[in-house]
Write a protein that binds this ligand. Structure first.
Ligand SMILES: N[C@@H](CCC(=O)N[C@@H](CS)C(=O)NCC(=O)O)C(=O)O
Length: 229
């Protein structure tokens, strides 16, 4: 059985949604950031980067959302996690969209939500957030264009890109990002999180949050206004 290492509200939600979509039982391992568990040897042995998610598979451990999602889409083609093709160029195009989320958008989202990762000087926070907002806005433009043209990221059918964009949107708007310039992404968010696989992932997160809360370890980003999907 596969095991997903995760923390609630993080990008691990995307891989968790993919696993729910596949529909086979999987285990989870909760990483308590507030207890520094992601920096402790036990977890560093799983993911030396000290980040979630990490996925234990029958073939070994995988890290990086992009790698996990590609692996899962190929290992479980019935789940239609990503558009599959025999043509290398078409496959590369799909990966480029995945990396748009994991490599372009995600680091900017982190800068916006947790400017402390850039500078611990409180006076610099407004500037860091404003620059991140500007760059996120640029990077979201092609996503908005796609979702204005079709219901799902790749057209008529759901894919894990829809889960990825939904997580990015949750993270941004839950932390003070102005949604008004992105009506298509806003609308897409509502139906992306209504999908049963997304709801199942959110239910697992809610359980994990209760567990962390009971241990006094519930993590909230500095700018979290408490927005919940
Ligand atoms: N490129 C990695 C990014 C993973 C990542 O940044 N995860 C965040 C949560 S969303 C994390 O674990 N942060 C903890 C830290 O960096 O200390 C991926 O796509 O898997």
């Amino acid at each position: 059985m596969m095991k997903l290492w995760f923390a609630p509200n993080t990008c691990a939600r995307v891989t968790m949604t993919a696993l729910e979509e596949i529909g086979e039982p999987f285990e989870t391992g909760l990483v308590a950031f507030m207890a520094g568990e992601h920096r402790q040897p036990a977890y560093l042995a799983v993911n030396p980067s000290g980040k979630v998610p990490a996925l234990e598979t029958p073939d070994g451990v995988l890290v990086q959302n992009g790698a996990m999602l590609t692996y899962l889409s190929e290992a479980y083609p019935h789940a239609n996690l990503l558009p599959l093709s025999d043509e290398p160029f078409k496959r590369a195009r799909v990966r480029a969209e995945l990396f748009r989320c994991s490599s372009d958008l995600h680091p900017l989202v982190t800068r916006f939500v947790m400017p402390v990762t850039v500078s611990t000087d409180p006076q610099q926070v407004p500037q860091i957030r404003e620059k991140a907002r500007e760059l996120v806005t640029q990077q979201l433009a092609p996503v908005e264009a796609r979702l204005a043209a079709s219901e799902w990221y790749f057209g008529a059918y759901w894919s894990v890109l829809d889960a990825y964009v939904a997580w990015i949107w949750f993270r941004l708007t839950g932390n003070g990002f102005d949604a008004s310039d992105f009506p298509a992404i806003s609308a897409h968010y509502a139906w992306a999180i209504a999908r049963p696989s997304a709801q199942a992932a959110l239910a697992r997160e809610a359980e994990a949050e209760q567990e962390l809360d009971a241990r006094g370890l519930l993590f909230r980003p500095q700018f979290d206004k408490g927005a919940k999907p």
